[in-house]
Design a binder for this molecule. Structure first.
Ligand code: ADP
Ligand code: MG
Length: 153
């Protein structure tokens, strides 16, 4: 497992971090976004989408659970598992996304733990105060062995 850490000091910096991160993502990548409500998970995803060349406005998929964006360099599948806390066995066909041709980003991944592939990237965002965030990125599995995020962050 490899780990990178950084800090951001504004919404814009977290969005820029997402855009930088997008430069190294590949088809089949699974990115878990851990952190409390309002910490910046959707903000990161907006930057990632922008970096992939997606023009559509990224909206939180809280009610739809999954939103798909297909107008960028790679398809982006944006999931929010928050509502599955109360029905963790609901099968939404996660594997189709995880093994698909796009990048899957999951907010509240703890609620679909059993569905998540062993190979994944975990992004943990912690709120330090109003505008400061501590971010750590952990790469799990051989899929990410040759990915040097240190170069782009
Ligand atoms: P989540 O998806 O984790 O619930 P959002 O990305 O929707 O969070 O919202 C993050 C909120 O925090 C926004 O209102 C944003 O303006 C604010 N914010 C303040 N500082 C930061 C920062 N450094 N990074 C990300 N968001 C920040
Ligand atoms: Mg969100």
């Amino acid at each position: 497992m490899r780990e990178y850490t950084l800090q951001t000091h504004s919404y814009e910096e977290t969005e820029q971090f997402g855009e930088n991160f997008s430069k190294l993502v590949q088809a089949g990548d699974v990115v878990l976004l851990n952190g409390d409500l309002g910490v910046g998970k959707t903000t990161f995803t907006r930057g990632l989408a922008r970096g992939l060349g997606i023009k559509k406005n990224v909206k939180s998929p809280t009610f739809t659970l999954i939103r798909e964006y297909k107008d960028g360099r790679l398809p982006l599948y944006h999931m929010d598992a928050y509502r599955l806390e109360s029905s963790p066995d609901e099968d939404l066909g996660f594997d189709e996304y995880f093994q698909g041709n796009g990048v899957t980003v999951v907010e509240w991944p703890q609620f679909i733990k059993d569905e998540v592939p062993d190979d994944h990237i975990s992004v943990n965002i912690k709120r330090q105060n109003e505008d400061d965030r501590q971010i750590s990125i952990k790469l799990y599995g051989s899929s990410y062995e040759n990915r040097n995020f240190g170069e782009v962050l």
